[in-house]
Design a protein around this ligand. Structure first.
Ligand code: NBP
Length: 488
């Protein structure tokens, strides 16, 4: 189709979408299906034409071929959601919109932007009197069409206009839309970043559970699919556990083998997990489960090193068979280890949000974040309702692991968790996320840590000083002198 659209006679649209690839098209359709009048604009006009031709009957669309016509079709304050490739394309579209928008209008970036870019863009766009909102949108293509979880940042003023529009298209759980005003400028994209980091940890933990059941206990993919389907009726009820059962049940049409056995075992990534860990390092927050998940994907792609290690280390090494005698008991132990490690992954993710909020001056309600993650997004899970309750307590927990429900869960699971990690390690099955989560738990509960010795070493070689348990101040031992102690 090559028809072009005429310039609008009057502004009729209450929301616009710029960028009509898969995410933008689906979001525009979702908006139109929920009673919004949606202005459309895409750099390549054919995409706009295709959307109107294929889905124009789903609601009210106002297509435009130029950015000027797009702006003219929007009611004030003009509100436009950008859904283009993150990075330079987003900046290009912002520049175009700033030219045709006026003070008070609202530009929303719904792409996967780095939150630091969002902070920079918000400041630059504000110079023009225009609001800029970075909104994390989770749920992939399906969520964009049928109800995502939405994490908008930006000003209170812009949220007054934008909030009801986003609420009209967000996933709904218990009658509540999965959207909240996360905080100012880059807060929304920061929280979306951490969401993705938790997603990495969740997926790695599920992967380790699968490996233990497959290699360790000899279950078939179809049997493990049944195990995950059953787990999905327990505290582990979640989208990722649900789709794991689906993937494991899938049979490859070409070979008749389980699909999981014909997929190359190298996990890809687009960068948000890495950002989560990089920022956690900057903030000095130990997100060990998320970090191990990112590193495990990296390891899976190191083909030459994997081949060399596989060729070299065979004789005398454990094979991965765990000699499981009571299969049902082992499956239950893995389930408990998965639950315990998952609690740690979420505790770490929420700690990173707390630290980010402190550093960047955001007022983030952690319970609200857990609430809007209950639907629409990839990490949606029953468990999140309990996290909301934990943060709503009169005295919010200093760590999620000490909140009453989660502390009781860790009491009930830690013995199985330890057994699973010990068996896996002795049997030669890598469980980096299970093991690091357990080490984190034990690290927090240890009455004394070897950090004291590290402080001694630091003082020895660098005169970095140390604190004492019995009095305040900073102290240094004269290591190369008479080894007496002086106050620094
Ligand atoms: P893509 O990330 O594939 O981007 C394609 C869109 O960007 C097209 O509309 C394209 O216009 C436009 N674009 C590009 Br490329 N360069 C441009 C430029 N210089 N000026 C104007 N427009 C430009 O689309 P997507 O997969 O729909 O994702 C959109 C956003 O949503 C991304 O930020 C992505 O990270 C995020 N996201 C995606 C998912 C997902 O599941 N795919 C999930 C969550 C978030 P053209 O038609 O003229 O080439």
């Amino acid at each position: 189709m090559t028809t072009s659209f005429s310039a609008p006679a009057s502004p009729t649209a209450n929301i616009g979408v710029v960028g009509l690839a898969v995410m933008g098209s689906n979001l525009a359709r979702n908006l139109a299906r929920h009673g919004n009048t949606v202005a459309l604009y895409n750099r390549t006009a054919q995409r706009t034409r295709d959307l109107v031709a294929e889905h124009g009957d789903e609601g009210a669309f106002v297509p435009a071929e130029t950015v000027a016509d797009f702006a003219a079709s929007l009611q004030r304050p003009r509100t436009a959601i950008i859904m283009v490739k993150a990075g330079a394309p987003t900046d290009a579209v912002i520049d175009e919109l700033v030219e045709v928008f006026e003070p008070g209008d609202i530009i929303v970036d719904g792409g996967n932007a780095q939150f630091t870019d969002t902070i920079r863009r918000e400041a630059a766009v504000r110079e023009h009197g225009i609001h800029f909102v970075g909104a994390g949108i989770s749920g992939g293509e399906e969520g964009a069409l049928n109800g995502p979880s939405i994490m908008p940042g930006g000003s209170d003023e812009s949220y007054a206009t934008l909030g009801p529009i986003l609420a009209s298209i967000a996933a709904v759980v218990d009658g509540e839309p999965c959207v909240t005003h996360v905080g100012t400028d880059g807060a929304g994209h920061f929280v979306k970043m951490v969401h993705n980091g938790i997603e990495y940890a969740d997926m790695q933990l599920i992967g380790e559970s699968y490996d233990l059941l497959r290699r360790g206990a000899g279950l078939t993919p179809a049997e493990i699919a049944d195990v995950f389907a059953q787990w999905n009726t327990t505290e582990l009820d979640s989208y990722l556990v649900e789709i794991t059962a689906e993937v494991l049940r899938q049979v490859d049409a070409a070979t008749g083998r389980p699909l999981v056995d014909v997929i190359t075992d190298q996990a890809g990534m687009k960068g948000t997990g890495t950002w989560t860990v990089q920022n956690a390092l900057d903030l000095a927050v130990p997100v060990t489960g998320i970090a191990e998940a990112v590193f495990a994907r990296g390891l899976s792609g190191r083909t030459a090193q994997r081949e060399a290690a596989q060729a070299r280390f065979t004789e005398g090494q454990p094979t991965g068979e765990l000699g499981v005698t009571d299969r049902d008991a082992f499956i239950e132990a893995v389930r408990l280890a998965l639950f315990a490690s998952k609690i740690v992954a979420y505790a770490q993710g929420f700690d990173e949000i707390t630290a980010g909020a402190e550093k960047y001056g955001w007022q983030i309600d952690l319970g609200e974040i857990a609430r809007i993650w209950r639907g629409g997004c990839i990490i949606r899970a029953r468990f999140l309702g309990t996290i909301t309750e934990a943060y709503a307590a009169d005295e919010p927990p200093v760590s999620l692991i000490t909140a009453p429900y989660f502390a009781a869960a860790l009491d009930a699971t830690h013995a199985a968790w330890r057994q699973v990690v010990a068996h896996a390690t002795l049997g030669g099955i890598p469980v980096p996320a299970f093991a690091s989560s357990l080490a984190y738990f034990d690290g927090l509960r240890s009455p004394r840590l070897p950090a004291a010795l590290i402080q001694g070493q630091r003082d020895f070689f660098g005169a970095h000083t140390y604190g004492r348990i019995d009095r305040p101040g900073a102290f240094h031992t004269l290591w190369s002198g008479d080894r007496s102690e002086v106050e620094a």
